[in-house]
Structures are given as structure tokens and as C-alpha cells.
Design a protein. Sequence first.
Length: 116
Amino acid sequence: MNQYLISVYQPDGPPPPSIDLQKIMQDVAALRQEMQAAGAWVFSGGLHDASSATVLQSKGSQVLVTDGPYVEGKEHLGGFTIVRADDLDGALEWAKRTAQVIPLPIEVRPFRDEGH
């Protein structure tokens, strides 16, 4: 089995009032239970706003530490789930289910095999 990262990108700022966060969170919890029952779920988590990020970057012999996200943008990584799947098609099925319960852009990326 391969592992895949299912990323959720959210716009900066508060959600619009038309978004029912409580329902979304209930649907996400139900989907996670389904992933767990299928043996696909590895780990998941939500992140604080991008403004809470700290960036570290090597500059010669020093490490520069700055506040805020690495990339300036209007959307940032808001949460993620790591799943096990036989192939990309299997991971995409879980990502489609995620997109059905979270009305935000979803990205799927495979992890590299160890040693490659």
C-alpha cells in the first residue's frame, strides 16, 4: 500500500456565514470513521491560520526565523489527511469523498517511496 496526502486549502479569513461549519465537521468525522473502518486512514489534522506559521530558512551558517507563512497568498493549507491506498485511483476516491463534505480545493499527492 502507498500513502497519499490529501490536502485541504482554505481562503484566509473567517468562513462566509453561508458555510455550516458544524455540519462540515460532523461529515468530516463520519468520513474519517469510514476511512478508519476501511484501513485507509493513517493520520489527519487541522491547522491554525497561516498567520500563526513560523518560517526557518538556512542562510549560510545562520538560520533566519520569520513570522508568517512562507508563501504570500489568499489561500493556505488548512488541514490534511494521510491515507493508504493501492494506487492513485484509490486515493482519488477518498479525495472525492473529502471534496463532497468540504467545499474547498482538495489536492492529492503521493509520498515518495523510502530510498527514492
